[in-house]
Write a protein that binds this ligand. Structure first.
Ligand code: NIG
Ligand code: FE
Length: 419
């Protein structure tokens, strides 16, 4: 083999989904496991991987710049977190007592709290303040084994403040080891100055915000909170169709609380992903399956909101053959955690997903939810050398031994970043 920049040896267990495409239904369980493995990296990409014995036989004479012994630990693809509200100011711990006393999430929003509280803080913050806070969250995610995240706007809700959030996300992508993929979510809530004038706000999103976001190339995706009292199916359709016309791909916060028809809309417009889906109907799930929409499930949110029900992951996988992805939904309200490893545990506990399904959901399916299945999300020759190294004997150990961080190291684009 030509020169190797970095050779990872002593990998106790290498576990990865295979290929670039989303893994549907049953195939979510078909991960590849290689014991006593080696990974060769050149120019930030995976040049070879396989059993140490084969490497010895075939490439023992290769020129290796740096060798790292993994000490018998577990290596997986770098984890991908495909749904976060990363860039925002402030926090909402003052709403904890209200929440615990049973006041519903949408009631807090209707009273001007919730998302609208964070909108006030985010509007008042400077770009530098937003950058610093989000940078610390990204550090936390990286320490959890995450190498790519999505970041939604939606706490600005004015042209200027939405652009501010998206510019911060772009700067984070350029300066932080973790890759940041941007989503415009101007339709996250109706801001106070538009109270009772929802249509005028939708006009502003479609007429002012979307064209500017597209012109400045500030987002790849457009998301809408399609929910009772927030944005209707018709309004969501209008926004997403216009976004698609301008070259953005669609995502939807769908059927999180009420079965409004968000999943059906995701199928209709050919969204890349539909998120939450706690209340999605069978018709909605069938629509996702028919159009190849990826369901992104967020068990940290249903857990933190104290809900009695969780998304129907088993039905999605077993009955509808869907390619489920998992995410933190990191945000200051419904899910204030950066820990994807906590989400893995909750997916096991509440969604009854197997360790293989959980790994697939946090890697190749999540990568496809961001349109990046061809470059990240699995250990394949030619793909980015984004790898997570866990101090664990196997993948079942991750959701099993909970409440701690199992990360031992992270390799991003072939560089040891956390070590
Ligand atoms: O995905 N549902 C809407 N948006 C976020 C919550 C945002 C917030 O409460 O600040 C979510 O749960
Ligand atoms: Fe969300």
């Amino acid at each position: 083999m030509e020169r190797i920049d970095l050779l990872l040896t002593g990998i106790g267990s290498l576990v990865t989904p295979q290929g670039n495409k989303p893994c549907y239904g049953e195939s979510m369980k078909e991960v590849c496991e290689i014991k006593d493995a080696v990974i060769a990296i050149r120019q930030g990409r995976i040049a070879w991987f396989g059993p140490a014995s084969v490497f010895q036989d075939q490439f023992a004479g290769s020129q290796v710049a740096v060798k790292l012994d993994i000490g018998g630990r577990l290596v997986t693809p770098g984890l991908v977190d495909p749904h976060t509200h990363l860039v925002h100011a402030g926090s909402r711990e003052h709403e904890l007592a209200l929440k615990r006393s049973g006041v519903p999430y949408l009631d807090i929003l209707a009273q001007g709290g919730g998302i609208l509280h964070t909108v006030r803080s985010t509007r008042a913050a400077s770009e530098q303040e937003l950058y610093e806070k989000a940078r610390r969250s990204l550090n936390e995610m990286l320490l959890n084994g995450v190498t790519t995240v999505e970041a939604k706007s939606g706490y600005g809700l004015s042209l200027e403040a939405e652009l501010k959030q998206l510019r911060v996300a772009k700067r984070l992508d350029a300066t932080h080891a973790v890759d940041v993929v941007s989503t415009f979510m101007g339709a996250h809530a109706v801001p106070e100055e538009y109270k009772g004038r929802r249509e005028a706000f939708v006009d502003a999103i479609v007429g002012d915000m979307l064209p500017k976001v597209a012109e400045e190339g500030l987002a790849e995706f457009c998301d809408v909170f399609c929910e009772n009292g927030v944005f209707s199916v018709e309004e969501s359709r209008r926004i997403l169709t216009e976004a698609q016309r301008l070259g953005l791909r669609a995502k939807i916060h769908a059927d999180e609380i009420v079965p409004l028809g968000g999943a059906e809309l995701a199928g209709e417009v050919g969204a890349v992903s539909a998120e939450h889906l706690l209340a999605a109907t069978d018709k909605g799930l069938a629509a996702l399956a028919e159009s190849g929409v990826i369901p992104v499930l967020l068990p940290g949110t249903s857990f933190n909101l104290g809900l009695a029900t969780h998304a129907r992951a088993r039905d999605m996988i077993d009955r509808y053959g869907l390619p489920v992805a998992l995410s933190t939904d990191y945000n200051p309200g419904s899910c204030p955690t950066e820990s994807i490893q906590l989400i893995m545990m909750l997916a096991s506990l509440y969604l009854k997903m197997t360790p293989e399904e959980i790994l697939t959901a946090c890697t190749i399916n999540a990568a496809n939810a961001l349109g990046r299945g061809d470059v990240i999300g699995s250990i394949e020759v030619g793909k980015c050398a984004d790898l997570a190294i866990f101090d664990a004997p196997n993948i079942a150990y991750l959701p099993y031994h909970f409440g701690i961080n199992h990360t031992y190291g992270v390799i991003k684009n072939g560089k040891p970043t956390v070590w």
